[in-house]
Design a protein around this ligand. Structure first.
Ligand code: SF4
Length: 331
């Protein structure tokens, strides 16, 4: 059987004298980009595509209004609305990335919006095949919810991963059942744990998506969540700060009762990310540290900083706390 990607030997390098694992390089955390360079020999650029999927929290299966924080327009590049087909979207996205990062030659099709494993298996296979048929695409990144991963889909993705690069991105959002219920997510943390274990059993590379600052989330619940995640077969994590986006249920709640949506400041957010990273294993890579919503869609206050500033902020916080990812990990 193929070795699971989360158990690659280069993720178990010996710690340095300072206690910071050697594979972190000059950082105090394990950056996904470093992992990609080590294991794939260079940059893999993700190109967002929209294949017309929906999600059970929007089509009426679980609900119609979606998760309280969700407005997919906030995270969907505008070219996806202008280009109707996946090949056209890939052409546009690849041309843009080649202009922005000259020399970039290797691309992954990123099925980002909505739940991209929600549908008949034949339809999913067609969508993935259409992306993989593009001559410049060498793999897929597939974003979805944990309750949209039946065994048949995972079996298919596991087989596909033996032929090309496949990353599965699962929306965890929170590890607290109370928080998940409050944001009308429609599944609990047990569902997430089950999906992660079944995906890892097929050797899939799995990324978890976390949203910090949801109503009801506390420092204690985040620490408990980090300890639970440390015991799960996760390869990578994306951290995001909660932003109130227009045309969401959270926006209505925030306008009606701002105190019921206590937003994090940048300093507290970074502190919470460090709290979690300290309890997460060194093998797990960090793929994102935050996100930007277009200003015209954001209702919550502007943090006044670009996404590119987050790594330096995180490093400064870790340095000041004399800590690093995995320092308090017991898993
Ligand atoms: S966050 Fe994902 S699961 Fe929730 S409503 Fe939006 S698309 Fe659906």
């Amino acid at each position: 059987m193929r070795q699971p990607q989360h158990a690659r030997p280069d993720d178990a390098l010996a710690p340095t004298d300072a206690g910071i694992p050697a594979h972190f390089g000059a950082r105090r955390y394990h950056a996904y980009n470093d992992w990609v360079k080590r294991t794939h020999g260079g940059r893999l650029q993700k190109i967002s595509v929209a294949a017309g999927f929906t999600c059970p929290n929007r089509d009426g299966t679980l609900g119609r209004g979606g998760c309280s924080f969700c407005n997919n327009d906030g995270f969907t590049p505008s070219y996806l609305r202008e280009q109707p087909t996946v090949p056209q979207q890939l052409d546009t996205g690849i041309a843009f990335m080649r202009r922005r990062y000259p020399g970039t030659q290797r691309f992954l099709a990123y099925f980002q919006s909505y739940s991209n494993t929600y549908g008949e298996l034949a339809r999913l296979q067609d969508a993935y095949a259409e992306a993989l048929a593009h001559p410049d695409v060498e793999g897929l990144v597939i974003g979805t919810r944990p309750d949209c991963l039946p065994d048949a889909v995972l079996d298919y993705l596991g087989a596909l991963a033996s032929r090309c690069h496949v990353e599965l991105e699962i929306g965890i959002e929170s590890c607290s059942d109370a928080v998940l219920a409050e944001c009308l997510r429609g599944h609990d943390f047990a569902c997430t744990q089950d999906a992660l274990r079944r995906a890892a059993a097929r050797g899939l590379f799995v990324t978890g998506h976390l949203l910090l600052g949801l109503p009801g989330e506390t420092r204690d619940s985040l620490l408990e969540g980090a300890e639970a995640l440390a015991r799960l077969p996760l390869d990578s994590l994306k951290f995001h700060q909660l932003q109130v986006v227009r045309h969401t249920r959270l926006a209505i709640q925030y306008r009606d009762d701002p105190a019921s949506v206590p937003l994090l400041t940048p300093a507290v957010y970074v502190d919470r990310v460090v709290d979690m990273l300290e309890r997460l294993p060194a093998r797990l890579s960090v793929q994102r540290l935050g996100s930007e919503v277009p200003p015209e869609l954001r209702l919550s206050p502007d943090w006044g900083m670009r996404l590119s500033a987050f790594p330096a902020l995180l490093h400064a916080c870790m340095q000041q706390r004399a800590t690093w990812q995995s320092r308090l990990c017991t898993a």
